[in-house]
Design a protein around this ligand. Structure first.
Ligand code: FES
Length: 105
């Protein structure tokens, strides 16, 4: 997914909220921190809980599974054990829609 693809409506991700969108089998978490959008992989690399079920605080998401704290800017987790990074996505607004593109590909 190296090109931007339509993910969801802007209205689906108000400030302070996050959603998981399925981009053809690739699950992407889109979060809105005060009008700035972030995109990371939505499936926790610990035991595959959906990160949108967790808690969003600023640019951090706490996984509802076992409490790993994910940084939306870096895709890295703070946890008792080392976890593989989440992939990062660029998010852009176009009209009423949000588009995502996987970074670094
Ligand atoms: S599944 Fe996310 S911390 Fe365990």
């Amino acid at each position: 997914m190296s090109e931007f693809k339509k993910a969801t409506k802007v209205s689906a991700v108000p400030a302070g909220k996050m959603v998981t969108v399925d981009m053809g089998g690739e699950k992407v978490l889109i979060a809105n921190d005060g009008g700035t959008y972030y995109g990371i992989g939505a499936v926790c690399t610990h035991e595959e809980w959906d990160l949108s079920e967790g808690a969003l605080g600023g640019t951090k998401v706490t996984c509802a599974g076992h409490g790993a704290v994910w940084d939306l800017a870096t895709g890295k987790a703070e946890f008792d054990e080392d976890l593989p990074d989440e992939p990062l996505y660029d998010v852009k607004v176009e009209g009423e829609d949000l588009y995502v593109r996987r970074r670094g590909r």
